[in-house]
Design a protein around this ligand. Structure first.
Ligand SMILES: Cc1ncc(C[n+]2csc(CCOP(=O)(O)OP(=O)(O)O)c2C)c(N)n1
Ligand SMILES: [Mg+2]
Length: 320
């Protein structure tokens, strides 16, 4: 598949931004006092959300995993909105009285602590697309752990029955908290699950930006053109602990070092350099630009007041 240089460069810019943003959020968390209640780092897994967003329009529906919500800048949120959301700030001053992470105008419908419960809500958006006969799609990216929850299973059954325009994507980072995905899935290829629902399933190296882009594109285009649901499994790895302070005693020795070698960022940069799409100078310039953007966004976000439950509730009621 021929991918335009502009698209390759857009994904590189977003991949690099997501890495620096993840690092910035970690720095803000460690400094304390920001309002960020916890951090679940997504370092090393960014290629999946970035490749997915590269295939979506603003009006498409999207759920990312809680660990990589900060990649929503690639769906159109500003860096300030993302940092402010992570730090529990009120974005009214930015003209966004709702939480930017919950904004139907950007196809963002649910953000909950109860993993898997968002999927039926997003299934509803796929039903709305069917009823309105638009050419939107819905993509639900979920972790290997939450992917086994009941609401996910029920949503897959219904998506198949109604041939809904939805792509389910499992971001298999090999662990659900301290439990290895190998202990949960009694099959070699998780995408084989799709057979039971009666729709296509495909597994891709989720640390390979181009491969992920191509596979995801195929299934999104199919859904957009009335082909119905599918399941994509992106194989990746959780390079950080489940949470900050996780002793990670469940990891086999040496496993993490092997996966650092497959880090999607240097891998993609090497590929683009070889293809002649990018130069070392371009990367250095982009790093400088992102650094400035990140500092500005952090300053603006942390200057915002903390969000209050009352304000959120009032906005929600006003909109009803
Ligand atoms: C319904 C529900 N059960 C349990 C939890 C606690 N919990 C938070 S994250 C997590 C692991 C999820 O694993 P996975 O889906 O693989 O995502 P990852 O953490 O690997 O990104 C669990 C069990 C929860 N948030 N919601
Ligand atoms: Mg996982």
């Amino acid at each position: 598949m021929e991918i335009a240089n502009d698209k390759l460069l857009e994904m590189h810019r977003n991949l690099l931004t997501s890495r620096r943003l993840g690092e910035k959020l970690y720095e803000i968390f460690c400094a304390g006092g920001s309002g960020m209640p916890w951090i679940h780092r997504g370092i090393g897994e960014e290629a999946i959300p970035i490749a997915v967003c590269a295939n979506l329009r603003k009006d498409d529906y999207l759920k990312l995993t809680f660990r990589l919500d900060y990649c929503l800048f690639a769906k159109g949120l500003s860096l300030t909105e993302v940092i402010a959301s992570e730090c529990m700030r009120d974005c009214s001053e930015l003209g966004r009285p709702r939480s930017p992470y919950f904004d139907p105008d950007f196809g963002l419908l649910a953000h909950t602590g109860a993993g898997g419960e968002e999927i039926p809500i997003y299934l509803g958006s796929a039903i709305s697309i069917m009823l309105k006969k638009t050419d939107q799609v819905c993509v639900c990216v979920m972790g290997d752990g939450f992917a086994s929850r009941g609401p996910v299973h029920e949503s897959m059954v219904m998506a198949a029955s109604w041939n809904l325009p939805i792509v389910f994507m499992i971001q298999n980072n090999q662990y659900g908290m301290g439990t290895s995905a190998k202990k949960i899935y009694k099959m070699k290829d998780i995408s084989d699950r799709a057979k039971a629902y009666g729709f296509p399933g495909e597994t891709v190296d989720g640390n390979d930006v181009i491969a992920t882009y191509e596979v995801v594109k195929k299934h999104i285009d199919r859904a957009r053109n009335g082909g119905g649901p599918s399941l994509v499994v992106g194989e990746t790895y959780r390079l950080a602990g489940h949470y900050e302070g996780d002793p990670q005693i469940y990891r086999p020795k040496g496993e993490i070092d092997e996966w650092w070698k497959k880090d999607p960022l240097p891998r993609y940069q090497k590929r683009l350099l070889e293809m002649g799409v990018l130069t070392e100078k371009d990367i250095a310039e982009l790093e400088s630009t992102i650094k400035v953007q990140m500092e500005d966004a952090t300053k603006s976000a942390l200057a915002l007041p903390f969000a209050s439950y009352e304000n959120h509730l009032k906005t929600a009621i006003d909109e009803l």
